[in-house]
Ligand binder design. Structure first.
Ligand code: NA7
Length: 548
């Protein structure tokens, strides 16, 4: 066997694998690589582990997938020992959990914090990646695993005059660790996505006046959060295997009760009753009320109108309620939000909602913000303006594959992957929950575990058969991209200007990035590909790979 197919043989400055990112994905990947006897290092830009949950510390930050489901399933002992305190875990609790995981599995010794990977270059002769960091590290690795997250590149719009503002500015995705006290301040929040919807009720309680600049109203469902009851926790402990299996077999890897019925199959009264019951349960339950909500406009209209009527009922001032009603896209085609007291917050007399579509923000001034209609005096501005989703973190690293081609260039017309996990021309580079996989359209933790398990299986296979490289073929990639587009096109999703299609980033190609064919279908496809000897991937020995 040639030297360059030895796996598990770490040389100075060389690893079997480098993992970028120490969030849910990176931590579990490291654990699995260790299990294979491979040497690995994680580089993490933050000063602690946690990824998304390290950075997003804005007031009210909370997961909108239930805590029992939004947690690792790979270790029964971990799952039995860890006790979640609320139905939906808050950011501090999830961060504590991830630190616990890192310590419990002794992961921290292979994690280099405060280190950002700046480039990764494939060496076609040696069949390995050279990884360079902003700390001056330069290491080689046979495999490079991008665990960089789907929503990790915070985006502040390029507002004119932003540098002139004399107050404080914050982005929800880069919140100061020491917290922010807005007491007595006039605060502007720009954006009304999930981060804004979670933080606005909390900021409003502190600020002397809160101004919310809303470009697009969002659909949001009540969380009905509360302490996790001991009975629910105990039931999960006993039945966890069954629940996890059911989630894996579900379209979004979530335990939502999904009806098979179409919205038109029932009378308007029964439909209303069904929505009402699911609204009462809280969370994403409503979306499972009928099988055709995301594919049929009329069905979608019934769900959207139900939520609009609820918003009207929660907001006292009809003119404010009218502004908060989402109207120009089908429900769920922009990421649906889950909130606690969001709409009711607009009943306070110290909050003002500004329609930033009718009266756009023209510039940030030294003392606040100017729209086409008025000047607002502000002490602080919160940018709840989202992320360069799914591709941003990957394209910000100079990733060079065969012939020196960068991933950014390859993806200039939109991301192209095979199964969202590998990219033709980039051997031995894996993208956990990459574009073209269910990722953000599913329970992320389940999606991460599925990808990590698949990658670990693939690396074990390579080692057994002494292959040096694995790489998506161009044909398989083309077919997969066409399939991802086709299934998206059969739904209402492409109709919305969402971050799913990159619409929030000026100039980003409009491509529906996640895979909407369903988690269970996708998982099965990945398993079949592996069972057929990694169909659609070229596996090469060292000599073959070098002469590719
Ligand atoms: P989102 O969901 O991308 O929300 C960003 C918000 O910021 C959204 O309301 C945007 O309006 C608004 N925005 C962005 N740019 C501007 C400008 N230039 N002017 C005015 N308003 C602007 O990010 P979040 O952090 O809330 O949530 C991200 C995900 O995290 C979420 O979906 C969950 O999966 C968890 P727009 O809708 O583009 O008109």
């Amino acid at each position: 066997m040639p030297d360059n197919v030895q796996i598990g043989d770490q040389l100075g400055g060389a690893f079997d694998a480098v993992i970028v990112g120490a969030g849910f994905a990176g931590l579990y990947m490291l654990h699995r690589l260790r299990g294979l006897g491979l040497s690995a290092r994680i580089y993490e830009a933050g000063s602690g582990v946690g990824g998304t949950w390290f950075w997003n510390r804005y007031p009210g930050a909370r997961c909108d997938v239930e805590s029992l489901e939004y947690s690792y399933s790979f270790s029964e002992e971990l799952e039995q020992d860890w006790q979640w305190t609320e139905r939906y875990a808050s950011q501090p609790e999830i961060l504590r959990y991830l630190n616990h995981v890192a310590e419990r599995f002794d992961l921290k010794r292979d994690i280099q914090l405060e280190t950002r990977v700046t480039s990764a270059t494939f060496d076609e002769t040696a069949n390995c990646w050279t990884i360079v960091t902003d700390r001056g590290d330069r290491v080689s690795a046979k495999f490079c695993v991008m665990a960089t997250g789907c929503l990790s590149t915070a985006k502040v719009p390029d507002f004119k005059g932003i540098e002139t503002f004399r107050g404080k500015t914050y982005h929800t995705g880069h919140w100061p660790h020491e917290g922010v006290d807005f007491t007595g301040q006039r605060v502007g929040v720009i954006g009304t996505g999930s981060s804004a919807i979670q933080s606005i009720p909390n900021i409003a309680r502190q600020a002397s006046h809160l101004f919310v600049f809303q470009r697009t109203p969002n659909f949001s469902l009540p969380a009905r959060n509360g302490p996790l009851s001991p009975e629910v926790a105990q039931d999960w402990r006993v039945n966890r295997v069954e629940y996890r299996d059911r989630a894996r077999a579900a379209p979004f890897a979530l335990l939502i009760e999904q009806s098979e019925k179409l919205a038109a199959d029932v009378s308007p009264e029964d439909r209303e009753r069904e929505y009402e019951e699911r609204w009462r349960r809280g969370g994403f339950a409503m979306l499972g009320a009928f099988a055709d909500i995301i594919v049929n406009q009329e069905a979608n209209d019934t769900a959207a109108e139900f939520v609009r009527s609820k918003i009207r009922g929660m907001v006292d001032d009809p003119a404010v309620a009218e502004k908060l009603l989402p109207r120009d896209y089908p429900i769920a085609t922009k990421r649906i939000c889950v909130d606690t007291g969001y709409f009711e917050t607009f009943n306070r007399d110290d909050i003002t909602l500004i329609d930033a579509r009718a009266t756009p923000i023209e510039e940030i001034t030294p003392t606040g913000l100017r729209t086409s209609e008025a000047d607002y005096q502000l002490d602080s501005i919160v940018f709840a303006t989202g992320f360069d989703a799914m591709t941003g973190a990957l394209c910000n690293i100079e990733i060079r594959g065969r012939a020196g081609v960068t991933l950014k260039r390859k993806w200039s017309e939109g991301p192209r992957t095979y199964l969202g996990i590998m990219v033709a021309g980039f051997p031995n580079l894996f993208t956990i929950t990459g574009p073209g996989s269910p990722s953000v359209l599913s329970n992320m933790v389940m999606a991460i575990e599925q990808h990590v398990d698949w990658i670990a299986g693939c690396l074990g296979y390579l080692r057994e058969r002494q292959f040096a490289t694995v790489e998506a073929t161009v044909d398989a990639e083309n077919e997969w991209v066409a399939h991802v587009n086709e299934v998206a096109g059969a739904t209402l999703f492409p109709l919305a200007n969402s971050w799913y299609v990159g619409a929030n980033i000026p100039g980003k190609p409009r491509v529906f990035m996640p895979y909407i064919g369903g988690f269970a279908v996708y998982r099965q496809k990945c398993d079949e590909v592996a069972a057929r000897g990694y169909e659609g991937f070229a596996l090469c020995s060292g000599a073959q790979a070098a002469s590719h």
